[in-house]
Design a protein around this ligand. Structure first.
Ligand SMILES: [Zn+2]
Length: 154
């Protein structure tokens, strides 16, 4: 038997979920400085239900400039908004953080106690996500990190 009532309801429900996730992402982008949000303007977000993306243990997402696509997974430990912000942060790091700021960041990270064992760029993305996410991740929450994100070029 094909496509009973139940299937139609289910498809409608999935469509609603996708629309509401797009609306949520738009709301998150509104919290960011314009120049940061502009870095992902026109990109299509692909939200994957899995804990990681195919065969990639380390990264919660990736950005494809050719196809203008940003894919993110649903890591156990992080909320969807945190993950979205983490991916934007990689782009901010790459495009908007000047070299002298990066040096400052390396110094801050070196002097942060009880941080996770990850690269400075990854930790920057955690700090950035924590600055703007509604649900903050305690292990990445440090006052000096918030301060640094506040002082980024806008
Ligand atoms: Zn990352």
């Amino acid at each position: 038997m094909q496509g009973g009532m139940g299937d139609q309801f289910m498809q409608a429900g999935m469509q609603d979920d996708m629309d509401s996730e797009k609306a949520d992402i738009a709301k998150t982008l509104e919290k960011l400085p314009d120049s940061h949000a502009a870095l992902v303007q026109g990109y299509n977000w692909k939200l994957h239900p899995g804990n990681t993306l195919n065969g990639d243990e380390e990264h919660v997402g990736y950005m494809d400039d050719q196809d203008k696509e940003i894919a993110i997974s649903s890591p156990w430990n992080y909320g969807r908004e945190f993950t979205v912000l983490h991916e934007i942060a990689h782009r901010v790091w790459e495009k908007l953080v000047p070299p002298e700021y990066k040096k400052m960041w390396f110094h801050i990270v070196q002097n942060t106690q009880d941080k996770q064992d990850q690269s400075p760029e990854e930790l920057f993305c955690m700090a950035y996500a924590n600055r703007y996410a509604k649900n903050k991740i305690v292990i990445h929450d440090h006052p000096q990190w918030h301060e640094f994100i506040e002082r980024l070029p806008q």
